[in-house]
Design a protein around this ligand. Structure first.
Ligand code: A2P
Ligand code: 11C
Length: 343
């Protein structure tokens, strides 16, 4: 059996990667539609050796679509996802539009695949920085119990879309004028002030909430609790943008309910689905975004026990934010829908 698939936001950083993942995993797409705004309607996209034309998305685009992968921004999802559902599609939405809606499952297949079954037409794909963190946390929770998480992120510009990648490339070409570089995308396109990202670190991703946290930080806090089904889990986050093109890195501190040895923690990480242990200080082996680019796995290294607390551990977690953080996770949800006979 094959399925009619639509990619909404097909020309974007995540949309392009969705196409790559569908091809790479040989997803049973009998028909495929590449949708974007009128700005890029008419562009050509190659898929499995055939040329397709990007179409401007309208509600009728979703007629007959079985699975729609959305990554064109929250307001576009709010407008078009209900239209797609009305026409019989299951929407896998990679924006924050519906993630915290109690009626909408928020899924990382390695962690909470079965939540998918409760969908009402929309399944949300979590934020990229949340996905890679929960993949590393889940085996620790299962084996040792998890009570507290404190995370600091080192996030790549591709998380903010193609405009942010271009901005970094332009600014990085002019080292001597780094401080005066033109900036209009980061930290947030709609914000009053913009700062250069080349040769910089910006402790703001998304806009600020009233409590002083940014929305990116609140996503990591709220989404983690929802995916792990644990409202009592204590989570705090500080999210920082770095001049890295692709691949988010995270320094994650966890407090466990038990006090395992470092070796036991490493073993749990090594055995976890979708996660690869990369941790050997004697060989200077640890994950970095440049090596993770284009790869499927969540890489974990630098695992250390807190010298002052046998239940505390530090981990360094790296993954390609466009792959497992977005497109791959969405395609895995689509594959799970087929496996579980939900579509
Ligand atoms: P377009 O190329 O027409 O602007 P990124 O996150 O990399 O900036 O990508 C955003 C994606 O969302 C692009 O594919 C973009 O298409 C798409 N998009 C933006 N606005 C709309 C819209 N109004 N309708 C459909 N797609 C949109
Ligand atoms: C970033 N994590 O790196 C953001 C991008 O809610 O899906 C993803 C925003 C989202 O900028």
């Amino acid at each position: 059996k094959t399925y009619k698939v639509a990619i909404m936001g097909a020309t974007g950083a995540v949309g392009q990667q969705m196409k790559v993942q569908l091809e790479k995993r040989n997803f049973p797409a009998g028909e495929i539609l590449f949708l974007a705004s009128s700005r890029s309607a008419g562009q050509e996209i190659e898929f499995k050796g055939k040329t397709y034309i990007v179409q401007e998305a309208v509600p009728e685009s979703f007629e007959g679509v079985d699975i729609a992968l959305f990554s064109a921004g929250g307001s576009i999802s709010e407008k078009f996802a209900p239209e797609a559902v009305k026409r019989g599609a299951v929407v896998i939405d990679n924006t924050s539009a519906f993630r915290m809606d109690p009626e909408v499952p928020l899924v990382v297949p390695e962690v909470n695949k079965k939540d998918m079954r409760l969908h009402n037409g929309i399944i949300s794909n979590p934020n990229c920085s949340t996905i890679q963190m929960v993949c590393a946390l889940q085996p620790l929770k299962e084996q040792f119990g998890l009570s507290k998480v404190v995370v600091s992120t080192y996030q790549a510009v591709s998380g903010a879309g193609i405009g942010a990648i271009n901005e970094l490339k332009d600014q990085a070409a002019d080292f001597d004028n780094a401080k005066q570089a033109d900036a209009s995308v980061l930290p947030v396109k709609s914000a009053d002030k913009h700062y250069p990202i080349a040769f910089n670190a910006i402790p703001q991703i998304d806009v600020f909430a009233d409590n002083g946290y940014t929305l990116e930080e609140m996503k990591m806090i709220n989404e983690t609790k929802k995916i792990m089904h644990d409202d009592k889990l204590s989570v705090a986050a500080t999210c920082v943008r770095l001049p890295v093109v692709t691949g988010h890195s995270e320094s994650v501190y966890v407090e466990l309910e038990g006090a395992p040895s470092v070796e036991e923690v490493k073993q749990a990480i090594a055995e976890a689905a979708g996660v690869e242990l990369m941790d050997d200080p004697s060989q200077q082996l640890y994950p970095m975004p440049l090596m993770a680019e284009g790869l499927d796995e969540v890489f974990v290294g630098r695992i250390r026990q807190d010298p002052d607390n046998p239940q505390g551990f530090h981990l360094w977690v790296v993954s390609d934010n466009l792959v497992k953080g977005a497109a791959l996770n969405s395609v895995q949800i689509a594959e799970s829908l087929i496996e579980e006979k939900i579509v």
